[in-house]
Design a binder for this molecule. Sequence first.
Ligand SMILES: Nc1ncnc2c1ncn2[C@@H]1O[C@H](COP(=O)(O)OP(=O)(O)OP(=O)(O)O)[C@@H](O)[C@H]1O
Ligand SMILES: [Mg+2]
Length: 448
Amino acid sequence: MSKQQAILLVDDDKAFRVLTSGLLEEQGYRVVAAANAAAGLALIKEQPFDLVLTDLVMQGTNGIQLLEQIKAFDPKMTIIMITGFASIPSAVEAMKIGAFDYLSKPCSNDELLLKIKKALANKRNLEELDRLRTELSERYQFSQIIGKSPAMQSVFSIIDMVAGSDASILLSGETGSGKELVARAIHYNSPRQSHPFIAINCAALPETLLESELFGHEKGAFSGAIRQKPGRFELANSGTLFLDEIGDIPLSTQVKLLRVLQEKTFERIGGTQSISSDMRLISATNKNLDQEIQAGRFRNDLYFRLNVMPIHLPALRERKEDIPLLAQHFMKISATKNSKSVDSISEAAMKMLVEYNWPGNVRELENVIERAVLFCRNATIDVSHLSFHEQRPEMQLLTNARSSRMTEKEMTQLYARTILNEHNGNKKLACKTLGINFKTLQKRLGEL
Ligand SMILES: Nc1ncnc2c1ncn2[C@@H]1O[C@H](COP(=O)(O)OP(=O)(O)OP(=O)(O)O)[C@@H](O)[C@H]1O
Ligand SMILES: [Mg+2]
């Protein structure tokens, strides 16, 4: 037995209200009648209806105005207009604004009932479609990772498969393809989820700093080390350690890393006590490690330790079918974040998005859409809102630092600056994060 459907009848003709209510109730509908538009609108705001039947010509607010008010409140409401024979052009106008159908008075009972049935069936279909759409988009989503392409679907199954284990994972893929997102998804779907996820960008740090970040240091280990500082290995205990840009680790650090992975213990720099940490390792790189090994820049034995379970994230241009889904996703997020009422992307703009080759992958798409939302003054993103020029933030510079010809001193300075910026210029906090004293920070910043 399906639930009783509710119809709101708005008409200033009392005889029509009484007769029609009676007819509809006989058919099993629940009917609420209102004698004018204002009363009708008030009812709509306080209880749910499946259908509204409203007269077109009424004292005060007429049917067209009521239609607009209802649509403003609930764009999905199904409405049938009732008109006198003379006002058919207005009825057509009503349909343009969003009425589902119209009926001219006088009409037979059969005609009235048929139109109501048709309207209600249409409403059910639309609801079903909506439900399917939501279900579909949820299925294509894995902890906020979006993708319906076969390539991404298989990434989802691998994540599913490995999340429960402790196997070391090596993520590969171009910049912006979602490696960190996947690393987090694995952690937050694993039994370690309530423990820390600790990330470190290996490319951003000069060798000595990288080691002190990874293994920590004891007080006095080097000049300026004012306190003991735990390394990321320690901080990640019971959780997951994410080594980003692993392809950029210098060979000497690779040896030390290998030792930790083999023996599962390590010492802080300047320390003798051996520390063990139980953590799950996920590494990522946008380099081709095979090539790095060939070139003698990456150790084969370390590679095998890290790469128990490889996951490759395909470039966005290799899975163009994901672009519309991702574009819509980022549009919704940006619109909400910036309180804009942008809710669609024109066909021409979408075509352009799909055809572009996305060297910066999903991150670039995210930025292009965010800018488009900001530029857009109406509800639809169009070609004129799209611009494909990437700016390189400071972090990007850091990421590329090792591959560039920066000296160790310049990198140390850049790193200190970045940490300082992260703390909004608060040097005390920056010292704490870096585990160094004020004077050393000043030295690194080039202020002394
Ligand atoms: N499939 C996806 N669905 C939704 N958002 C995504 C997807 N892939 C990437 N993103 C988003 O794109 C941005 C870049 O992703 P992420 O930082 O994971 O890339 P990356 O591969 O680590 O890049 P890099 O090599 O430059 O560090 C992030 O904001 C991330 O949330
Ligand atoms: Mg990354």
